[in-house]
Design a protein around this ligand. Structure first.
Ligand code: DP6
Length: 332
């Protein structure tokens, strides 16, 4: 009983930053909805095999045995899948191989990519047939943002108030608008404070309530600007939203600063390019690396300008992509 899935990280235009309280926190019900784009060039490929011959769950990431912490989180998710599966699978252990073509834990949403791929591969290997909505609800419990790249293109996570009401939907397909996410990698280092830990402190920021007051309007504006393909308006919203999320992180207890000096160099460079007439806008997740939104026609210019910045180690140009899916993998 074996299956392989491919998935991608996404870049949040309106961010998930805060979980509901009580039991709903464990279910990763967010305090607010979010909007994202699934990214074409970054991917995770995961193979899951269940067998009665296996003595324990085993996880290899990029050919190496995973850490205890990584294994624990994956086993918790396998248990969710086993709970839904038939009696035979319930007793089986699984071996998992996962390959990722981009740095993990560096602000590039590897958990969204990894847990959406795991969800699709594990449910299929377990013989389950599930709708995309059900897969999204299941992936959400492993890592909130993983509910989004189950879907295609431009995605909205409806926050909901319960397990059944919190899932993602594709609001526009990957072909709707060919805008680019130009990822500037300045360091491959892992962040020191994991997102789950950082997010747990969000509500301690004095500005958190204010953010929630305005977030529904922000989400409906973002959807409107995507529908109209209004790049300047969307870009302004996205950059301001990234700074707002980081303002919450900076003013939480304990305060969290995810940027490196090089991150600020790139942020400033993006703003300078814009002042010089190139419409480009940044967004940043919990990490040091910077996503830059640009229209297709301006990507070459942006890339040339970024190549002049010595702090940037790698540039990856992404376009909107389809989300997680099963593949036939002969090598798996
Ligand atoms: C800043 O989905 O990684 O990237 O649910 O605790 O696993 P957990 O958090 P996670 O958080 C992503 C936060 C973000 C913003 C976003 O992607 O919306």
């Amino acid at each position: 009983m074996k299956a392989t899935a491919v998935s991608h990280p996404d870049v949040a235009l309106v961010k998930y930053w805060g979980k509901a309280t009580g039991e709903n926190a464990k279910l990763r019900i967010p305090t607010n909805g979010s909007i994202s784009i699934v990214l074409s060039e970054l991917e995770t490929k995961t193979t899951v095999e269940f067998s009665s011959e296996f003595d324990s769950d085993e996880l290899a990431i990029n050919g190496e045995k995973a850490s205890e912490g990584q294994l624990r989180r994956v086993v918790e998710h396998l248990d969710r899948v086993r709970n839904l599966a038939g009696e035979d699978v319930k007793k089986m252990k699984a071996h998992i191989h996962s390959e990722t073509n981009f740095p993990m834990s560096a602000g590039i949403s590897s958990s969204a990519s990894g847990f959406s791929a795991l969800t699709v591969a594990a449910t299929s290997a377990a013989g389950l047939t599930m709708s995309k909505k059900e897969l999204s609800m299941l992936a959400r419990q492993a890592s909130g943002s993983a509910c989004r790249p189950i879907m295609d293109g431009f995605v909205e996570w409806l926050p909901g108030v319960s397990h059944e009401t919190s899932y993602a939907e594709s609001i526009f397909s990957q072909d709707h608008w060919n805008i680019c996410d130009v990822l500037a990698i300045i360091s491959y280092d892992k962040k020191t404070v994991p997102t789950t830990v950082g997010m747990a402190a969000a509500q301690t920021s004095p500005f958190f309530e204010k953010r929630l007051e305005n977030i529904d309007k922000k989400i409906s504006d973002a959807k409107k600007f995507i529908a109209e393909k209004n790049f300047a308006k969307l870009g302004e919203l996205v950059e301001a939203e990234a700074l707002e999320m980081h303002a919450i992180a900076l003013t939480s207890q304990p305060p969290l600063l995810y940027w490196l000096p090089e991150t600020v160099v790139v942020m400033k460079a993006v703003q300078k390019l814009r002042a010089e007439g190139l419409p480009v806008y940044f967004t940043i997740n919990t990490g040091q690396n910077v996503h830059i939104l640009a229209e297709e026609k301006n990507v070459q210019k942006l890339k040339s300008a970024l190549k002049e910045i010595s702090e940037i180690r790698e540039i990856i140009v992404n376009r909107p992509s389809i989300g997680a899916r099963l593949i036939q993998d002969k090598e798996a």
